[in-house]
Each structure stands twice: as structure tokens, then as C-alpha cells.
Design a protein around this ligand. Structure first.
Ligand code: SAH
Length: 234
């Protein structure tokens, strides 16, 4: 079984490296990713597993990195940024308990991949990116892959997206020293935010923030490493 799986992975990778990979081969690499990296760990929500199986991650990396798209690691996307490891994307998505009908805000569009995973499940997805060329690239990736309904804005995500608040979920994909108060204000009653909190130069704690009326609680979940949350004035 293991040998078969390995052979199958190698064939897929060979094809991907040599430019002959077709959608079927990528779909098989994706199945393998879901089985090993997600189900093999603690991703159990069927809607999250389905979304991770559906989104063509290879469309959200640069052409020279397509062959690595389904590896168990982050991948550089230019401008000093990375697309997160598949497991981290799935975990953050699972933590917000995503369901159709929810409205979510993501901070840090990057490649657009996390936004696409959210858009597979949720009705309304908003995403903000501070680096202009990445906002444009992320939006183009989303459109090309059929997620044109995701709303992308080039801005400092610290301030959230007031016109569309409140959000049932906020997913922050860059590490902040502390939780930006405007984002807490824009959480709906009963809403949740997942955010890596801590120094950009060390590991941070993936933190779950819940809002119940005026009560806001935070829970530190696990150590993670994200690129820094920068401010427009930096
Ligand atoms: N979610 C992305 C991961 C991108 S890495 C993906 O799926 O590919 C984090 C991104 O956050 C980077 O693109 C970085 O430019 C962006 N970022 C950092 N600080 C930000 C801020 N204050 N507002 C908006 N985006 C920010």
C-alpha cells in the first residue's frame, strides 16, 4: 500500500516537474495531500476536507513552484511572503466552524488560496492585502479559478473592512504582536477570529478569539510561524 502510494506520488511529481501534469494528476496529488496531511492529522470536518480537495492549490503558486504545490510546507510567493502549508490553511478553516451563510473576512490575501478555501464553503468572503502586486495577483488567481465572487481590497488590514462588518469569522494569516482592536469590533455577536499572535521573529501562538455580546475571550491553541503583520506606516 505504502509502496503503491509512493510510486503514485512520484509519477505525479515527475509529471508536474516536467510540465506534463494535467488536472487529473494534480487532483490525485491533492487526494494524497488530504489523506496524509489533513485526515492523517486532526482535520475531521467534512466540509473542510471537501474544500481542500476542491481548490486547485497549484493555481495559487508561481509557475516555477507548481510541482511543489501539494507538499507539506509553505511556499514562497514573492515579495517576501508565503502561501501557508495546506495543514495550517485547513486548521484555520476548521477552527472557525465554517458553514454556508456565514460572512468571513481574511487579512493577508497573498496568493488567494485561503480565501478560495473559505469561498468553497461560505457565501461571502472578503479579503485584504497590504502589498499591492499581491492583492492584484491573488485576485487574478481567484478569478481564474472560479472564485470571482471573493471581494479583494488593497489596504492595511489592521482596520478591517467596516462597510461589510460584522463578520461571523475573521481569519488573519500574518502574525500580529497583539490583536487589532478594529478587528474585534468588527466581529459579529457569536463570531470567531483565528489569528497568530506573537513576535514576528519567533514562533507565535495561534489564537482563537470569541465574541459573545460584550464578552471577548481568547484561547491560545498551538505554536505556529507566520510572516509578520505589517502596518501601512512601516
Ligand atoms: N492567506 C495567504 C497567505 C499569505 S502570507 C495565502 O493563502 O496565500 C500573509 C500575507 O499577509 C502577505 O501577503 C502579507 O503581505 C499580508 N499582510 C501582512 N500584513 C498585512 C496587513 N496589515 N494587512 C493586510 N495584509 C497584510
Amino acid at each position: 500500500m505504502l509502496r503503491k502510494t509512493l510510486a503514485f506520488l512520484l509519477v505525479g511529481l515527475f509529471a508536474a516537474v516536467h510540465g506534463g501534469a494535467d488536472d487529473g494528476q494534480f487532483a490525485r496529488l491533492r487526494e494524497e495531500m488530504v489523506r496524509r496531511q489533513l485526515e492523517g492529522r486532526d482535520i475531521t470536518d467534512p466540509v473542510v476536507l471537501d474544500a481542500m480537495q476542491s481548490v486547485p492549490r497549484h493555481e495559487f503558486v508561481r509557475p516555477q513552484n507548481r510541482a511543489q504545490a501539494y507538499q507539506d510546507s509553505p511556499i514562497p510567493i514573492g515579495h517576501g511572503q508565503t502561501i501557508s502549508q495546506p495543514y495550517i490553511v485547513a486548521l484555520m478553516t476548521q477552527l472557525i466552524e465554517p458553514r454556508p451563510g456565514m460572512r468571513a473576512l481574511e487579512i493577508g490575501t497573498g496568493s488567494g488560496y485561503q480565501a478560495a478555501v473559505l469561498a468553497e464553503i461560505l457565501d461571502e468572503v472578503y479579503t485584504i492585502e497590504i502589498v499591492e502586486p499581491l492583492a492584484e495577483w491573488g485576485e487574478a488567481n481567484l478569478r481564474r479559478s472560479g472564485y470571482g465572487h471573493v471581494n479583494v481590497k488593497h489596504a492595511d488590514g489592521y482596520y478591517g473592512w467596516e462597510e461589510h462588518a460584522p463578520f461571523d469569522a475573521i481569519v488573519v494569516t500574518a502574525a500580529a504582536g497583539s490583536i487589532p482592536p478594529p478587528l474585534i469590533d468588527q466581529l459579529a455577536d457569536g463570531g470567531v477570529m483565528v489569528i497568530p499572535v506573537g513576535s514576528p521573529f519567533r514562533t507565535q501562538m495561534l489564537t482563537l478569539v470569541r465574541r459573545d455580546g460584550e464578552r471577548v475571550t481568547t484561547e491560545s491553541l498551538l505554536p505556529v510561524r507566520f510572516v509578520p503583520f505589517v502596518r501601512a506606516s512601516d
